[in-house]
Design a binder for this molecule. Structure first.
Ligand code: FNR
Length: 372
């Protein structure tokens, strides 16, 4: 269908499913084992209900924010999804260009199909970008990569901590990785790939499973970028992250692609917020708490923010937008959410909040969220 008939982010997924080659659809849409967590990521949002306020003069509403000190026109960033060229010849550049036009922040994946410098070269001079890091067994490779990113102006380092090994994504594993079909120029990292267990396993064999809390000071020593741990699920680890002196965490289960039957980031937010509150200001200006997984509507985002999230990441929503319509699809996704006043404006008005600071926990009923 023509782009003007697209009304929401789910529409892009329906189109991607039809038009993508089998291998690309399997890699993008798959989640681990029985795919229970990926379903829960959506379901969790459906268990949180709004408690809207009325009569608050909502003529003017504003949903812009800052994320790690960087301006963002939405309280949403583009989360890293690997191998963009499987789904569109321009790969990640679709996201970079659209994000530059609309003031949205993109997190660049270590496993991008386009090289890091190609992505940076496609960005506007003042465009904010973050980097997602898979840590290589050879730390000198990681150090060079991180320092190069900082030198090129990247504003935040998201270290993925939920993937010491890739989850079993069986839909993807039924596919064979063939040579360059992933657009997978995974550069120096690609040594020793296993080609017979799908795309994901083939490209991830360099990731270091020995990564531990002891490594955090080393990262602190090689970069001044804010460091965020992506893939935290428990209050225990949230508190360790705070103590380790990093600048934030992403409550994420990797879009359901790692440990199946992990809980959703949204559900974990409630107990993690409660734990962090006991250790200082909440929200804490020096410790951001992001959430991702299953977010497809501005109303989802507002629920997470009301419960204390600093901002929210979206992976597949934007990925499927560029698979379907390239850069224009991503721009459309931003517009649908709010870059030109759609979902965010309506939801904030109906909720009785003029800006994101007016979102408070009392605006949602999350009592059905936690099942225990
Ligand atoms: C991902 N994600 C991911 N995360 C990461 O840290 N490094 C990576 O290389 C990737 N690659 C990747 C590929 C694909 C195809 C998907 C769908 C996801 C996880 C991603 O950053 C984010 O956590 C989830 O995508 C959020 O869930 P939704 O928005 O896709 O439901």
């Amino acid at each position: 269908p023509p782009l003007n008939e697209i009304l929401n982010l789910h529409d892009f997924e329906a189109i991607a499913k039809v038009i993508l080659p089998d291998k690309a659809w399997a890699y993008y849409s798959s989640a681990s084992d029985d795919e229970i967590t990926i379903r829960e990521n959506r379901a969790a949002y459906q268990r949180v209900w709004f408690r809207p306020r009325i009569l608050r003069d909502v003529t003017v509403v504003d949903w812009s924010t800052t994320i790690l000190g960087q301006k963002s026109s939405l309280p949403v960033y583009i989360s890293a999804t690997a191998l963009g060229k499987l789904g569109h010849p321009d790969g990640e550049l679709n996201l970079t260009r659209a994000a530059g036009k609309h003031g949205v922040i993109q997190m660049i994946p270590t496993l991008a199909s386009c090289s890091f410098d190609e992505i940076l070269d496609a960005a506007q001079p003042d465009q904010s970008l973050f980097l997602q890091l898979y840590v290589n067994r050879d730390r000198s490779i990681t150090k060079r990569y991180v320092q190069h990113a900082e030198a090129r102006g990247v504003k935040g380092l998201f270290i993925t901590v939920d993937a010491p090994q890739l989850g079993r994504r069986e839909k993807d594993m039924r596919m064979k990785f063939v040579g360059d079909d992933a657009g997978a120029r995974v550069q120096e990292n690609m040594s020793g790939v296993k080609k017979d267990e799908g795309v994901a396993r083939a490209i991830s064999s360099f990731i270091d499973p020995s990564l531990s809390w002891k490594d955090i000071p080393w990262f602190r020593g090689i970069t001044k970028m804010p460091i965020i741990l992506k893939g935290v699920s428990t209050p225990e680890d949230a508190l360790l992250a705070l103590e380790a002196g990093v600048q934030g965490i992403v409550l994420s289960n990797h879009g359901g692609r790692q440990l199946d039957t992990s809980r959703s980031g949204l559900e974990n937010l409630i107990e993690i917020a409660a734990a962090l509150k006991t250790r200082g200001p909440w929200p804490n200006p020096n410790f951001s708490v992001f959430v991702d997984g299953g977010v497809r509507r501005a109303s989802d985002v507002l629920k997470a923010l009301a419960l204390g999230a600093s901002a929210v990441g979206i992976g597949r929503g934007f990925l499927y937008a560029f698979c379907s319509y390239g850069e224009a699809g991503v721009e459309k996704a931003f517009k649908i959410l709010g870059c030109i006043q759609e979902e965010f404006e309506m939801n904030l008005r109906l909720l009785g909040a003029r800006n994101l600071n007016e979102l408070v926990p009392e605006m949602v009923d999350a009592s059905a969220l936690q099942s225990h």
